[in-house]
Design a binder for this molecule. Structure first.
Ligand SMILES: [Zn+2]
Length: 317
């Protein structure tokens, strides 16, 4: 090819795609909220961020084969991006938030730079923090409670804060988890005290009705007082699982695989197997705090283990 022809072809390519390389890439995602109707209730999944985790550090006993086949089947690669999700439930008479995200309190760790967006996403979803009537906490992990306060005070000035009495006893009662003088104990007290002083702090017993249509369900293992929530409206049911599961691609097919985050790994694995079976048998909708955003779908029983059927994008109502 002569130099003239090559030059003409290069010129033609430029003319055919004017400005093709001049528009910068946006790089940011759309606001992280997802709306979903459950009977008469409106559920809004709120993303607090997505944090990278090397699979082997989360699932220390998983074999290389279990990890590679699980990631391949789900179209993922290491490190996986773990979503941090909270769930807002509008029952028509009350606005309830299950877990409140990190509140940006883990941002010193470079991996958590993208977390702390739950409040911005709540606003983007059309709600304001002062509208929240009740907050239910699945457990005392910093990624589930950090957002209770901001430097200026409480984040949800009108909300009643409800936490498991078992979790409270384990972390702050006898100090068996956090230790009587630990910094984590002080962190928890700093988050809860503003609500307590305002008379808006109410521990709950396990397996009780918290509000019409929402019941607490004891799922200890990840922490001693870990709680899931069964939400029901007009016969439609949703199990909000908290941290019963972390990495769906690996743990749905192999629920016995323990995570490094579980305080009691045996109990954590037993709860996972129990809850997966319950959700599959009863055809519950499921919402996971760390399943890929929006973290909503169904658990289906497979020939061996389970699989995840993610919610479809909804038809506009
Ligand atoms: Zn968590």
């Amino acid at each position: 090819m002569t130099r003239v022809v090559v030059g003409l072809l290069a010129f033609a390519a430029l003319v055919a795609r004017p400005g093709a390389t001049q528009t910068p890439m946006a790089k940011t995602q759309a606001p992280g909220f997802f709306r979903f109707q459950l009977g008469d209730f409106e559920i809004t999944a709120l993303n607090d961020g997505v944090v990278p985790y090397p699979t082997k550090t989360v699932l220390p006993t998983a074999t290389a084969e279990q990890i590679s086949s699980g990631l391949f089947a789900a179209g993922l690669s290491d490190p996986v991006g773990m979503s941090y999700n909270g769930f807002l439930i509008n029952t028509g008479t009350k606005l309830i938030l299950i877990d409140v995200g990190t509140g940006g309190k883990l941002a010193d760790n470079p991996g958590f730079r993208g977390a702390g967006r739950l409040l911005a996403n709540l606003r983007a979803a059309g709600y304001r923090p002062e509208q929240v009537d009740e907050i239910y906490i699945s457990h005392f992990g910093p990624d589930h409670i950090g957002g209770l306060t901001q430097p200026t005070g409480v984040t949800f000035p009108n909300a009643r804060l409800r936490v498991s009495a078992n979790e409270l006893a384990a972390f702050l009662g006898d100090g068996s988890i956090s230790g009587p003088d630990s910094s984590y104990r002080r962190f928890l007290i700093g988050l809860f005290d503003p609500y307590r002083r305002a008379g808006r702090f109410a521990p709950f017993d396990q397996d009780t009705v918290l509000v019409s249509g929402i019941r607490s369900l004891a799922t200890p293992g990840h922490t001693p007082g870990h709680t899931s929530f069964l939400v029901e409206s007009r016969g439609a049911t949703l199990l909000v699982l908290g941290d019963v599961i972390h990495l769906g691609a690996i743990q749905f097919p192999e629920p016995s695989l323990v995570t490094v985050f579980d305080r009691d790994q045996r109990e954590g694995a037993a709860q996972r197997a129990r809850i997966f079976k319950l959700a599959a048998d009863r055809d519950h909708w499921v919402a996971g705090a760390h399943l890929s955003f929006p973290g909503i779908g169904h658990i289906r029983a497979d020939r061996v283990g389970f699989r995840w059927a993610a919610v479809d994008y909804p038809i506009p109502r």
